[in-house]
Design a protein around this ligand. Structure first.
Ligand SMILES: Nc1ncnc2c1ncn2[C@@H]1O[C@H](COP(=O)(O)OP(=O)(O)O)[C@@H](O)[C@H]1O
Ligand SMILES: [Mg+2]
Length: 230
C-alpha cells in the first residue's frame, strides 16, 4: 500500500481524461516527448493497465465477448488494476521526482461506471480512496470533444477503418458516450483547481500547444522537478 497522498512525493502526477477518441493517447505521447526534450524524466502509463497484472485485467475489461459483465465487476476490476499501478509504478516514480502521465485514471472510472453506468459515485470514490491511498493527480487535462465525433475519429483509418468494432466500452450506445462527456464536464466543474478543460476538436498540434501552455506554468511552480538528486 502506498503512503497517503503527498508524503515523500516530489514529482508531478498528470492524467489525461476525456471520451473515447478525444486524443488522450496522442496528447500523452506528444507531452512526454516535449517534456523529455527539456531533460525531464517522464513515465507514461495507462489505465486500465500499466503493470503486468493491470494489463491482464485490461484484457478482461475490454474483451467484447464479456457483454454480461456487471457494473460492480467493472468497478472492482478497474480499481484492482489501479491499486497495482499506484503501488508499483505511480507512487515510486513520484518519490523519485519523475513526471507521471497517466492515460486515464480514477475520473474515467467515476464517469463511465458512475455518471454513465448508474452506480453511486460515493461507492467508486470510497473503494478508490482505499485502493490508491487517496492518490489523485496534481493536474488533469480533460480533452473535451463531442462524443459522436470522438467515436468517428476511432473509426477512421489507422484504427481499423470500416472493420472497426471497438472494445467493450467503445461499443456502448451513443447515449452512454454522451453521458460520459457530460460526466467529465461535471467532474471538472466540481474541481476547477485540478481540471483543465481543453477543447480537443482542433488539430493535434493545436491541442498540444494548449496543454503545453498550462505545463509551462506548472513547471515554473515546481522547481523541485529540476533539482532531483542523482
Ligand atoms: N486532434 C486530432 N484531430 C484529428 N484526429 C486525431 C486528433 N487526435 C487524435 N486523432 C486520431 O484520432 C484517433 C483517436 O485518438 P487517440 O489519441 O487514440 O484518442 P483516445 O486515446 O482519447 O481514445 C487516432 O486515430 C488519432 O490518430
Ligand atoms: Mg487511447
Amino acid at each position: 500500500m502506498p503512503e497517503a497522498n503527498g508524503k515523500g512525493k516530489r514529482g508531478l502526477f498528470l492524467s489525461m481524461e476525456g471520451p473515447d477518441g478525444a486524443g488522450k493517447t496522442t496528447q500523452a505521447s506528444l507531452l512526454k516527448e516535449r517534456l523529455e526534450n527539456l531533460g525531464l524524466e517522464v513515465v507514461l502509463t495507462r489505465e486500465p493497465g500499466g503493470t503486468l497484472i493491470g494489463e491482464e485485467i485490461r484484457k478482461i475489461l475490454l474483451n467484447p465477448d464479456f457483454q454480461e459483465m456487471t457494473v460492480a465487476c467493472e468497478i472492482l476490476l478497474y480499481s484492482a488494476a489501479r491499486a497495482q499501478l499506484v503501488s508499483q509504478c505511480i507512487y515510486p516514480s513520484l518519490r523519485q521526482g519523475f513526471i507521471i502521465i497517466s492515460d486515464r485514471y480514477l475520473d474515467s472510472n467515476i464517469v463511465y461506471q458512475g455518471f454513465a453506468g448508474g452506480e453511486k459515485l460515493e461507492i467508486i470514490n470510497k473503494i478508490n480512496m482505499w485502493a490508491t491511498a487517496q492518490l489523485l493527480p496534481d493536474v488533469t487535462f480533460l480533452l473535451d470533444i463531442d462524443a459522436e465525433y470522438g467515436l468517428l475519429r476511432l473509426q477512421r483509418k489507422g484504427t481499423g477503418g470500416a472493420n472497426w468494432r471497438g472494445d467493450r466500452m467503445e461499443q456502448k450506445e451513443l447515449e452512454f458516450h454522451h453521458k460520459v462527456r457530460q460526466g467529465f464536464l461535471q467532474l471538472a466543474s466540481l474541481d476547477p483547481g485540478r481540471f483543465f478543460v481543453i477543447p480537443a476538436g482542433d488539430e493535434p498540434e493545436v491541442v498540444h500547444e494548449k496543454i503545453w501552455g498550462k505545463m509551462q506554468e506548472l513547471l515554473g511552480k515546481n522547481p523541485l522537478l529540476f533539482l532531483r538528486e542523482p
